[in-house]
Design a binder for this molecule. Structure first.
Ligand code: DGP
Length: 134
């Protein structure tokens, strides 16, 4: 799916899997990943391009394009993913705090069009969220 297609028509319905999606391939174990957790709804694995000492992703097994493509029906799944983010962050050594990021759409800098939560942190506080533009 191209960026423009992904942004074109946010909707609750999306196919359960997209054969061209790299995260769907990771879900299927078609592509290797360093998993930290998996259950029936989601998997978590280390980011291939870490921006902090600890940087992993939580993704739904279901192919959901982005947060902008979520509706009320996704609320239980999103809740479980966020709750798991907190548990896994502690297990990965981030007891002092961590940052969760969900890049959404072209404006949000999303590169992979399969919903994912970044969990990042490390031994030092992360500091300001983003450089101020205005
Ligand atoms: P985003 O900009 O939020 O769409 O970030 C996508 C992230 O996915 C980026 O930090 C790098 C990561 N990523 C991309 N391809 C792979 C992959 O094949 N394996 C793993 N583990 N991470 C990947």
């Amino acid at each position: 799916m191209t960026t423009d297609q992904a942004n074109a028509s946010p909707a609750v319905d999306s196919p359960a899997a997209d054969p061209d999606c790299i995260f769907c391939r990771i879900v299927r174990d078609d592509l290797p990943s360093r998993r930290v957790f998996e259950d029936d709804d989601m998997i978590a694995f280390h980011d291939i391009r870490p921006i902090a000492a600890v940087h992993f992703l939580i993704i739904p097994r279901l192919h959901v394009v982005s947060l902008a493509h979520c509706g009320e029906a996704h609320a239980p799944l999103l809740g479980r993913m966020l709750s798991k983010a907190s548990t896994l962050a502690r297990e990965q050594g981030l007891a002092d705090g961590f940052r969760t990021i969900i890049n959404t759409g072209r404006g949000g800098g999303q590169e992979v069009y399969h919903l994912h939560i970044h969990i990042v942190g490390g031994p030092r506080p992360l500091g300001a969220m983003l450089p101020r533009e205005v």
